[in-house]
Design a protein around this ligand. Structure first.
Ligand code: SAM
Ligand code: DTB
Ligand code: SF4
Length: 326
């Protein structure tokens, strides 16, 4: 059972977070795990499934993304798919143990016409008894409200990195554009899924600053996806240096400490992670994953590998519950 949320802070300083991060690895993990087990069942991991409903040809130039029209990644592009396909995929996801179904679209921002279609998709998925999440790019306030009226639970919109490093990764929008959409999402009473990517050439300071931005939002995001960069051939980051797994685990531990009640999602990049790294990530407080062979367009470990890993670790997938926080 969760305790009262009396230790939520939104006034973290960089130096405080740096000090936490720089403790010995064992001390950092002990703190993170202590917080984790106070607030969650530490043997349960929430599972979500992604579906790309509109793939590629995105006008934005995000340096990591296979779907940007600015990069040549040999991706098979697809217009907005029909609702039957969405329903079929959601039924399959539910039978595989996912409690949340997430729709992603490669848009800078949705048109009102497209938004109406996505609203129908949301109603369909909700009707199956699953939580819904969509990630559609930037939203105006009335668009966020429309999604809420359709019954949407979560909106995913990542800040991706620190404010300082942002312009090195994306030039077609800025950090404030992201914060503005997050504000519109909150105003519509939607739950927020917001995190970033590790391993894009940013420094440890950038990672800490990104987490500080998230932890100091007026309300913590209920879900914090931490993606390890998937190096996609044809993107400007294809030859980026590998992320040190210990740095990944330490960043997860810091996220758990700064945002004690948020679900921390070990998101993209698990195909490149050993079982030991993933085990350490769960020990550090990660408690949700994406399951299935593909994320939106890139590879994910697949069902059998995850079943094997969960069995080894004695982890079970979290069922949907009414006191569910995120
Ligand atoms: N177009 C929408 C947007 O950018 O908000 C939604 C889709 S976008 C693919 C969702 C998120 O996927 C990005 O914010 C980024 O964090 C993550 N992502 C994209 N490509 C990735 C990659 N190669 N490695 C890791 N994460 C990635
Ligand atoms: C998030 O932070 N990670 C997910 C979800 N939110 C939408 C997406 C990862 C995408 C990885 C690249 C791809 O599959 O195209
Ligand atoms: Fe477009 Fe989103 Fe990819 Fe950026 S991350 S190029 S906005 S699909």
């Amino acid at each position: 059972m969760k305790k009262t949320k009396d230790n939520i802070r939104s006034n973290w300083t960089f130096n405080e977070a740096l000090k936490i991060y720089n403790q010995s690895f064992n001390e950092l993990l002990y703190k993170a795990q202590s917080i984790h087990r106070n607030n969650f069942n530490n043997s349960k991991v929430q599972m979500s499934t992604l579906l790309s409903v509109k793939t590629g040809s995105c006008p934005e130039d995000c340096a990591y993304c296979p779907q940007s029209a600015h990069h040549n990644t040999n991706l098979e592009k697809e217009k907005l798919i029909n609702i039957t396909k969405v329903k079929e995929a959601a039924i399959k996801a539910k039978s595989s143990g996912s409690t949340r179904f997430c729709l992603g679209a490669a848009w800078r921002s949705p048109t009102d016409k497209d938004l109406d279609i996505v609203c129908e998709m949301i109603k369909e998925v909700s009707g199956l008894g699953m939580e819904t999440c969509v990630t559609l790019g930037m939203l105006k306030d009335y668009q966020a409200k429309k999604l809420a009226e359709a019954g949407l639970d979560f909106y995913n919109h990542n800040i991706d990195t620190s404010e300082e490093y942002y312009s090195k990764i994306i030039s077609t929008r800025n950090f404030d554009d992201r914060l503005n959409t997050l504000e519109n999402v909150r105003k519509a009473n939607l739950k927020v899924c917001c995190g970033g990517i590790l391993g894009m050439g940013e420094t440890v300071d950038d990672r800490i600053k990104m987490l500080i931005t998230l932890a100091n939002l007026p309300k913590h995001p209920e879900s914090v996806p931490l993606n390890q960069l998937i190096k996609i051939p044809g993107t400007p980051l294809e030859k980026e240096k590998d992320l040190d797994p210990i740095e990944l685990v330490k960043t997860i531990a810091l996220a758990r400490i700064l945002m004690p009640y948020s679900y921390v999602r070990l998101s993209a990049g698990r195909t490149e992670m050993s079982e030991s790294t993933q085990a350490l990530a769960f020990l550090a407080g990660a408690n949700s994953i994406f399951q299935g062979d593909i994320l939106l367009t890139a590879e994910n470990p697949g069902k059998m590998k995850d079943i094997k890993l969960f069995k080894k670790l004695g982890i079970v997938s979290e069922e949907l519950s009414l006191d569910h926080n995120a």
